[in-house]
Ligand binder design. Structure first.
Ligand code: KIV
Length: 262
């Protein structure tokens, strides 16, 4: 898969699956899966580092995670997130950040929003960097929203998101993530653009879906948004397995002679 295959998949009516990944171990597992694309999301700041928002992600942090994923997921299409403000300080700084992520092993970058950094998107595309957009709920703007809220419920806001999606297509983006928008709006956008829409909390009318890997594996504890279906009870598997190890150690049944060196 690559950015062109994404557009082709939409043209042929094939759905696209994407998950986030931040580390080598999961990247190795993903490399043998049928998942179409991996996002090294700035959600790494929250999922891997325990920050309260994605605002703490930096270019250095994203570069390290991208390198680890690229080592493990060879042959997979890897998109890396441009972190908070890295694309808002002018095109030179933005292209340096994009350069760092692409040389870390990304095949494409993702940027939230559009207004005020159209030039960055255009320059990246013209420089040979595939760009994925991200509209609807943009977690890097959580303070502006006053919390994580569904976007595009009012007519004006919906029109603005639709316009931004068509602008992204015009600027050369190869795909767009639609996060937390009404399913009807996501369907309308999906019908209006030739580039694939990848939904998260945007209903089933999108051309593809993305979830945070730890959410779909049921490893996330605490608040879980309703769209983040756990396909496994990972937290229970992990805690039961840890309990079995603890019991075996304390009962003296681990390690056995076969698990020891003579
Ligand atoms: O960083 C991330 O995990 C994302 C997904 C929510 C699309 O941007």
């Amino acid at each position: 898969m690559n950015n062109r295959d994404f557009i082709q998949a939409k043209a042929e009516g094939r759905k696209l699956s994407m998950v986030t990944c931040y580390d080598y171990t999961f990247a190795r597992l993903l490399s043998t899966s049928a998942i179409d694309g991996i996002l090294v999301g700035d959600s790494a700041a929250m999922v891997m580092h325990g920050h309260r928002s994605t605002l703490s992600a930096t270019v250095d942090l994203m570069r390290l995670h991208t390198e680890a994923v690229a080592r493990g997921a060879q042959g997979k299409f890897i998109v890396a997130d441009m972190p908070f403000l890295s694309f808002r300080k002018g095109p030179v700084v933005a292209l340096e950040a994009a350069h760092a992520l692409m040389s870390a092993g990304a095949d494409a970058i993702k940027l939230e929003g559009l207004e005020g950094h159209e030039d960055v998107i255009q320059r990246a595309v013209q420089s040979g960097i595939p760009v994925m957009g991200h509209l609807g709920l943009q977690p890097q703007s959580v303070h502006a929203y006053g919390g994580y809220r569904v976007q595009g419920r009012k007519e004006n806001a919906a029109k603005a998101i639709l316009r931004q999606a068509t602008d992204l297509e015009r600027l050369g983006a190869f795909a767009v993530v639609l996060e937390c928008v009404p399913a009807s709006l996501a369907r309308e956008i999906t019908a209006a653009v030739r580039i694939p829409t990848i939904g998260i909390g945007a209903g089933h009318g999108c051309d593809g879906q993305i979830l945070v890997l730890q959410d779909l594996l049921g490893l996330t504890t605490g608040f879980r948004p309703k769209f983040a279906r756990p396909f496994l009870d990972g937290a229970r598997c992990v805690s039961e397995t840890l309990a079995r190890f603890d019991e075996a150690v304390k009962a003296g049944t681990f390690p056995t002679p076969e698990e020891s060196y003579s």
